[in-house]
Ligand binder design. Structure first.
Ligand SMILES: NC(=O)c1ccc[n+]([C@@H]2O[C@H](COP(=O)([O-])OP(=O)(O)OC[C@H]3O[C@@H](n4cnc5c(N)ncnc54)[C@H](OP(=O)(O)O)[C@@H]3O)[C@@H](O)[C@H]2O)c1
Length: 437
């Protein structure tokens, strides 16, 4: 029998405890697949007494994950603590310095320190695997790193945050307001007590930064992402979208343009008949457009203990199957020195269709003034519809515009002009329309 692969797990929470349980319950199958056993020989968490639902008495306990990374008798260090600084960063650095392979589910850590950690892994000739960090159980990292070799990717986009998709799905299906949906998501454990990180788009942005680097061979650039969350999406938007044949989804989109790479996270209107519009609830999906393959869409569970642990175990199994002397694949799909500097496309140059919802005073000349501002900015309209006011009994009117392809700069200028004209009761709502098959 070959030597066992010795694994140290730091963090035994939702994901870490699931990994430990699944490694125990699937050990026979994993041994057959990998040709050697996988054994958890060391663990670390804050509370030693907490029951993790698995017998870990055979594993050495470390209060300090960095001590585990440095000193434990392990081949692989599995980081499932979370956070982009502090113990997770320290321990991962220590593990790489000590020449151990690393597996992590930590998107925040990779978005912030991915390049430096990849350089360390390369120098030491070890693997840094992170399938679980983006879209949980969906094997999108392997797909980009291995399966799509040779393809040139032009756009990658996806539903990368289950909390937001759950909220938007319920708002549409049940006509419930954003705040009520968020409370339910918190009650059901889909949203954190402080939901800002999810609903304002930060979590999606971390995952998008990783996907962008893999897709375009560029250095990871988490701070160059245009970001808007879903907290100002109302029932009026959801209803108008449905009427026009669209559904609202929070997408992370990275796209190659003539002026560079666009990275953006914002609510988008996608055609109701498109495949991505059928992705409901906490499910995630990632679409990739390439020159050779055309369009590919992967969808599945994006979070949760077992789904995430499934990806972590796949990463550990890859290491178990590798052999000493085996040339390890680069962390971001190509050697770090081959990663191009990130060239940012300005959001003002974004091209696409736009949905604009205006609440206006009921006065003569308002329609004409809106049309004039649109024309002055070379924006041609696909449709313009007027509805009764946003609330019953109000004399105000709702005007919904859908533009043909135009630029972000033109739309911003037109909306600024309409706002200056003094006809608006509320701030204009602008939602970008995303092409999707
Ligand atoms: N949950 C998901 O569905 C999901 C999905 C994809 C990716 N991820 C990523 O997976 C990672 C883990 O997430 P999670 O949901 O499992 O988190 P979690 O439930 O909060 O678990 C965190 C674990 O880390 C331990 N820990 C915290 N600080 C520590 C320290 N200083 N030293 C040692 N151990 C420490 C905790 O110990 P105690 O248990 O003793 O408190 C706990 O076991 C994160 O990077 C997250 O972004 C999670």
């Amino acid at each position: 029998m070959s030597e066992p692969l010795r694994v140290g797990i730091a963090g035994l929470g939702t994901v870490g405890a699931s990994v430990a349980r699944l490694l125990a319950s699937t050990q026979g199958e994993l041994r057959r697949q990998c040709g050697r056993p996988i054994e958890v020989t060391a663990v670390s968490a804050r509370n030693r007494k907490r029951d993790r639902g698995v017998d870990l008495s055979g594993a050495a306990w470390f209060d300090d994950p960095t001590e585990l990374a440095r000193k434990a008798d392990i081949d692989v260090f599995v980081e499932l603590i979370g956070g982009d600084e502090g113990p997770a960063l320290q321990a991962v650095r220590a593990a790489l310095e000590a020449g151990r392979h690393v597996v992590t589910a930590n998107k925040a850590l990779l978005a912030r320190h991915g390049l430096a950690l990849a350089e360390m892994a390369e120098k030491r000739g070890v693997l840094l695997n992170y399938e679980a960090a983006v879209a949980g159980g969906i094997p999108i990292i392997k797909t980009l790193r291995e399966a799509l070799a040779g393809n040139t990717i032009s756009r990658i986009f996806g539903i990368l945050n289950g909390t937001c998709n759950y909220i938007l799905t319920r708002m549409e299906a049940e006509g419930i307001a954003f705040d009520a949906c968020l409370k339910d998501a918190q009650r059901l454990g889909y949203a954190e007590a402080d939901p800002t990180f999810d609903i304002e788009g930060h979590d999606t942005a971390h995952k998008l930064a990783i996907l962008t680097s893999l897709a375009f061979g560029s250095r990871i650039a988490p701070n160059d992402i245009y970001m808007e969350g879903i907290s100002n999406i109302t029932q009026a938007d959801i209803r108008a979208a449905a009427e026009l044949g669209y559904r609202i989804k929070l997408l992370g989109v990275a796209q190659l343009t003539d002026s560079g790479i666009e990275q953006r996270v914002h609510p988008t209107m996608v055609p109701t008949a498109s495949v991505i519009a059928q992705v409901h609830g906490v499910t995630n999906a990632v679409a990739v457009e390439t020159d050779i393959l055309g369009e590919l869409l992967l969808s599945g569970p994006g979070a949760g203990g077992n789904a995430t642990a499934s990806a972590v175990i796949g990463d550990i199994a890859d290491i178990a199957k590798s052999r000493p002397g085996f040339q390890h694949g680069p962390v971001f799909g190509r050697p770090t020195k081959e990663l191009k500097p990130y060239r940012k496309a300005q959001m003002r140059s974004h091209e696409g269709g736009y949905f604009i919802r205006l609440t206006v005073h009921d006065r003569t000349g308002v329609f004409a003034a809106i049309a004039k501002r649109m024309a002055a900015n070379d924006i041609s309209l696909e449709s313009i519809v007027q509805h009764a006011g946003p609330s019953e009994g109000s004399s105000d009117k709702t005007v919904i515009l859908v533009t043909h392809e135009t630029t972000e700069a033109a739309v911003r200028k037109a909306v600024e002009g309409i706002t200056k004209d003094g006809h608006l009761v509320d701030k204009a709502q602008v939602i970008r329309i995303e092409r999707a098959a």
